[in-house]
Design a protein around this ligand. Structure first.
Ligand SMILES: Nc1nc2c(ncn2[C@@H]2O[C@H](COP(=O)(O)OP(=O)(O)O)[C@@H](O)[C@H]2O)c(=O)[nH]1
Ligand SMILES: Nc1ncnc2c1ncn2[C@@H]1O[C@H](COP(=O)(O)OP(=O)(O)O)[C@@H](O)[C@H]1O
Length: 192
C-alpha cells in the first residue's frame, strides 16, 4: 500500500461497551480533519446502523475471499464466528482525502496496526470503571441479545489486561470528561 511518513492513524480501542463509539463520534465532530475508518464486519447490522457508514456488512464467504486477496491491514475473529477487518482501501481512501483515519477496533487489531505503523500511530485505550458497569451500559444500550452481551462481558477482563500496550489510557467514568481528555491527546498528536 502506498504509505507516506505523514500518513497518520488514530486508534480507539477498548472492550465493547467502554465508550469507544461515543468518544469516536465526539472526536469526529471536533476535528474535521478526521474520518471514520469503516470496517468490514460479518455480524448482523443493528437497527440504528447504516451500511457503508458504521460498517460494510458482508457474508463470511466474502470476508474469506478478501482475506485470501490480502485486502486487509488487519482482521480478527473478535467474537466466535464474527469477523471484523480494516481494509487497506479504506485507509487509502481517507489519506487520499488528506484526512486522518480513526479506527475503532479491538485490542488485538490495534496492536497489529501499531506494529505496522509504529511512528505514525496514536492509540487510545478507553477503560471502563469496572466490568459490572460495562455490563450495565451494554444492557441499557439495548443492542445485544443475552448471548452477544455475555460474549462481550466474558472478553472484557482479558482485553483490559492489554491496556499498557497503548499510548494513552482514558478512564471513561464520565463521558464528557473522557471526551475532553481524548480531545487533548488527539490535538497534540495532530499538531506534532
Ligand atoms: N480487529 C478489528 N476489530 C474491529 C474492527 N471493527 C470493529 N472492531 C471491534 O469489534 C468489537 C465489536 O464491535 P461491535 O460488534 O460493533 O460491538 P460493540 O463494541 O459492542 O459496539 C469492538 O471491539 C470493535 O472495536 C476491525 O476492523 N478490526
Ligand atoms: N461514561 C459513561 N457513563 C454512562 N454511560 C456511558 C458512558 N459512556 C458511554 N456510555 C453508554 O454506554 C453504552 C456503550 O457505549 P459505546 O460508545 O456504544 O461503547 P463501545 O463502542 O465501546 O461498545 C452506550 O449506550 C453509551 O451511550
Amino acid at each position: 500500500m502506498p504509505f507516506l511518513p505523514n500518513h497518520k492513524i488514530i486508534i480507539i480501542t477498548a472492550p465493547s461497551g467502554a465508550g469507544k463509539t461515543s468518544i469516536t463520534h465526539f472526536l469526529l465532530k471536533e476535528f474535521p480533519q478526521l474520518a471514520f475508518s469503516i470496517s468490514v464486519a460479518t455480524r448482523k447490522r443493528r437497527e440504528n446502523e447504516k451500511e457503508g457508514k458504521d460498517y460494510y456488512f458482508i457474508s463470511e464467504e466474502d470476508f474469506t475471499r478478501k482475506v485470501q486477496h490480502n485486502e486487509f491491514v488487519e482482521w480478527e475473529m473478535v467474537y466466535e464466528g464474527k469477523y471484523y477487518g480494516t481494509l487497506k482501501s479504506e485507509l487509502e481512501r481517507i489519506w487520499h482525502n488528506q484526512q486522518v483515519p480513526v479506527l475503532d477496533i479491538d485490542v488485538k487489531g490495534a496492536i497489529h496496526v501499531q506494529q505496522q505503523y509504529p511512528d505514525t500511530t496514536l492509540s487510545i485505550f478507553v477503560e471502563p470503571p469496572s466490568v459490572d458497569e460495562l455490563k450495565r451500559r451494554l444492557s441499557s444500550r439495548g443492542t445485544e441479545t443475552a448471548e452477544s452481551l455475555q460474549a462481550r462481558v466474558n472478553k472484557a477482563s482479558y482485553e483490559i489486561s492489554f491496556k499498557h500496550h497503548f499510548h494513552s489510557v482514558i478512564l471513561n467514568d464520565n463521558l464528557d470528561k473522557a471526551c475532553k481528555q481524548a480531545q487533548e491527546v488527539v490535538k497534540k498528536f495532530l499538531n506534532a
